[in-house]
Ligand binder design. Structure first.
Ligand code: HAM
Length: 438
């Protein structure tokens, strides 16, 4: 019926056919998906608790300006943002700027160093690939107010504990560590001597190395309309610097007395003491694609090289200042849910997560219902997950459904049981039946 005709009959025009899939790159979480998600998040929470981190959260709709930076980062181009009643708002693309806002709002009143963690849904209008989505959840752990690399060591060791608890080892995942400060020291003495502002966009460009290759990175670095504008020889030198795969190689290219190199050495020594040195490798090509990092940076990858980064983070000592706040050093990481779930599925490490259903209580008729309700109430108070059959089911169907739902027991109350003040309990695992007083 057309719109006009529908209105004439006093009916609503039919809606256009609804697409039953969620928007591209996003997910629905049905109960079986939620069980896996909750299992993963519980594990993140347990590890954060073991490291004495406190959980925080912030609104998913934020001030858009919090996320808009000018270094040419993909994350800014991918922002879901809109103007509503003259307010420019955005769906959060990452948690770090909100954490910075929260720290700034209470600066002075916070006991430093503080350890906060969060598990948040983030939105980025990405080109979707395996493990890369337009919404993803991220477990963040951040330490604010600690300058020393002890903070990095705590975080990296927490990541390895989480990976271990997920059933992975250093043969499955490696955490690649580098220092942006090391690159900065080298470039500041050389090609960026008079242009320190070009360093952030330079890092954003070279972060694309594994994705687009050295030639394309050199083109980006030399683009006369870009923010970096190197000469071709300079760009090649920069790409060469990214080739170091050991601290010794990095040392050979570092300026004498390099502070950044010393910090890297300290960090690797600390990780030895934490017993997680085996998980980490030095890799000069890791610079991270976000502009705000200033020091040590790291990313974890599956060793088979099939997937994108499992997690990533680093030191961002100047973020708060860049937002107009105090100079408080900070370091943290974000660990996504999507890539790790792909990896665990590949390795057969996703645990079966059955429904946690203890039993089903079934009254044969209305007369037995009060006894069934009272029984369900007692079992629930005792901590059991109980499904009380609503309405009037058929016994055979109730038993079938209970079995399919994974219930351990069915509590049956018919007229005879009710009259005797009893309940028949059938154990669906063993098939045994017993009669117990109500
Ligand atoms: P990031 O590298 O953009 O860092 O994201 C961290 C992790 O989130 C990635 O390694 C990946 O596991 C996951 N992730 C990111 N984008 C997607 C996506 N489109 N689909 C699926 N998973 C994704 C940050 O966001 C920083 N704020 C992390 C941080 C916290 N740095 C310091 N503190």
């Amino acid at each position: 019926m057309g719109g006009k005709a529908a209105r004439a009959c006093g009916k609503q025009a039919p809606m256009a056919k609804i697409d039953l899939q969620p928007p591209r790159g996003t997910r629905d979480f049905y109960p079986e998906d939620m069980r896996v998600r909750s299992w993963l998040f519980d594990l993140f929470r347990q590890v954060a608790r073991l490291y004495a981190f406190e959980e925080v959260d912030a609104p998913i709709v934020e001030h858009a300006e919090l996320f808009i930076r000018k270094a040419g980062e993909e994350i800014v181009e991918q922002l879901y943002h809109f103007t509503l009643h003259d307010r420019h708002l955005a769906l959060r693309s990452e948690m770090t700027p909100s954490i910075a806002r929260m720290v700034m709002a209470r600066a002075g009143g916070l006991r430093l160093p503080l350890r906060w963690f969060a598990i948040t849904q983030n939105w980025r209008y990405e080109r979707t690939t395996r493990g890369r989505r337009r919404e993803h959840y991220q477990w963040n752990m951040d330490i604010w107010g600690e300058r020393g690399v002890g903070a990095e060591a705590e975080l990296i060791s927490a990541i390895t504990l989480a990976l271990e608890r997920l059933g992975l080892g250093p043969a499955d995942v490696k955490i690649r560590v580098n220092s942006r400060a090391l690159l900065e020291e080298t470039l500041r003495e050389g090609i960026l001597r008079n242009r320190p502002e070009a360093f952030e966009p330079l890092c954003v460009a070279i972060d694309k190395l594994s994705k687009i290759g050295p030639e394309a990175v050199c083109e980006l670095l030399c683009n006369p309309a870009g923010a970096v504008r190197l000469a071709p020889g300079e760009a090649r030198n920069v790409v060469e610097l990214l080739g170091a795969r050991s601290l010794e190689e990095a040392a050979a290219g570092a300026p004498p007395g390099s502070q950044a190199l010393e910090e890297l050495r300290q960090l690797f020594q600390l990780l030895e003491e934490y017993g997680c040195r085996e998980w980490v490798v030095f890799d000069a090509s890791v610079v991270r694609g976000l502009a705000y990092y200033t020091g040590i940076v790291f990313e974890a990858y599956d060793t088979q090289g099939k997937l994108r980064a499992i997690c990533g983070g680093g030191r961002y000592d100047r973020l708060l200042e860049s937002m107009g706040g105090a100079a408080i050093p900070a370091v943290g990481f974000g660990f996504g849910d999507a890539v790790i779930l792909e990896l665990l599925a590949d390795r057969g490490l996703l645990p079966a997560r059955p429904r946690d259903l203890h039993g089903v209580v079934f009254a044969f008729g209305d007369a037995e219902r009060p006894a069934a309700i009272a029984l369900a109430k007692r079992l629930r108070r005792a901590g059991h997950s109980i499904e009380l059959v609503l309405g009037h089911g058929k016994l055979r169907r109730v038993l079938q459904d209970a079995d399919r739902a994974g219930a351990e027991r069915v509590y049956l109350i018919g007229p005879d049981e009710a009259a005797r003040g009893e309940v028949k309990v059938r154990n669906l695992r063993t098939g045994e039946e017993e009669t117990l007083p109500l």
